[in-house]
Design a protein around this ligand. Sequence first.
Ligand SMILES: *Cc1c(COP(=O)(O)O)cnc(C)c1O
Length: 363
Amino acid sequence: MTSLEDLPIRDDLRGRAPYGAPQKAVPVALNVNENTHPIPENVAHDVVARVAAAIMTLNRYPDREFSALRQALADYLGHGLDPAQIWAANGSNEVLQHIMQAYGGPGRSALGFAPTYSMYGLLASGTGTEWITAGRDDEFELSPATAVAAVREHDPDIVLLCAPNNPTGTPLSIETIEAVADAARGIVVVDEAYFEFAEPGTPSALTLLAGRPRLLVSRTMSKAFAFAGARVGYLAGDPAAIDALRLVRLPYHLSALTQAAALGALAHSDEMLAMVDEIRGQRERISGELARLGFLPYRSGSNFVLFGGVDDPRAVFEQLLARGILIREIGIPGHLRVTAGTEAETTAFLEAIAVSAPNRIAS
Ligand SMILES: *Cc1c(COP(=O)(O)O)cnc(C)c1O
């Protein structure tokens, strides 16, 4: 059989591994931080009607500038944003790829704070951008001083701040974001994929955009918005910084079906986000219960919890999987990550993991 070694693949991609979160058909999938609540039925009907209408237009290319979607996203974000300050693509992964293509590339570098979202390194390698990681403070926190010191040391072309951070869940203070934005020479991306799950009142990096043309704030419809399968991510930033992304995107990158579906979901954003409080509650329940069982959960501003104190993460992962519960091994020794699901899914997870708990509860 032919292997990659036999093919004329780029030298810098040799030996690399693709993104590979397991996709398994299990009753309780809590491994990729999706919103596990189904889309409300009336919203689904409206989305179907809009997609059906779009199908009648498929002989033509879609609106390359996705103008209606940019307007709807600007309205959703608020903060006085207008459509010229909005960009979108097939998931925020593609938005981040556009940023790497336009502002990174061979001879350039991107800096992140490990452990952080695994796609950053993969997007960097795909675009020939050097990927540099700096460390965090205790408990995976990131203070302004620690972040700024790394920016000064490495002087990257792009800084990726994940707020809150995946896979640790750690909220990132607006002070750290502001300090990095003011210290960096290059583009600063704040990935707010989980922003809707933050404590109410948490300031968004959107509040820092005015007067900072190199600051970009990315969001996604994949998490709180319960729309991962539709593949819609977006960002807000300066119109000129966004214009650069037009140089690298493929023409018509957002299909007419994607645009129609996203507009349908955004027309019902309150209903789409109705489960966010409930999910936050389940997250708190997971953290409280894991601590009681003797595990070491970290502070989370997202819809998932990272916890330490696991003697053998592989064994616990397998033991949960045998009970139809899929969580995530994220490569940090002694740690696992779990998504907050519905109340029933969360109960199934907590009951199953109690068996492997350091303070095992006799039940
Ligand atoms: C899930 C996730 C995304 C979202 O990716 P999409 O391509 O929008 O589905 C982006 N950033 C982080 C940190 C994530 O965890």
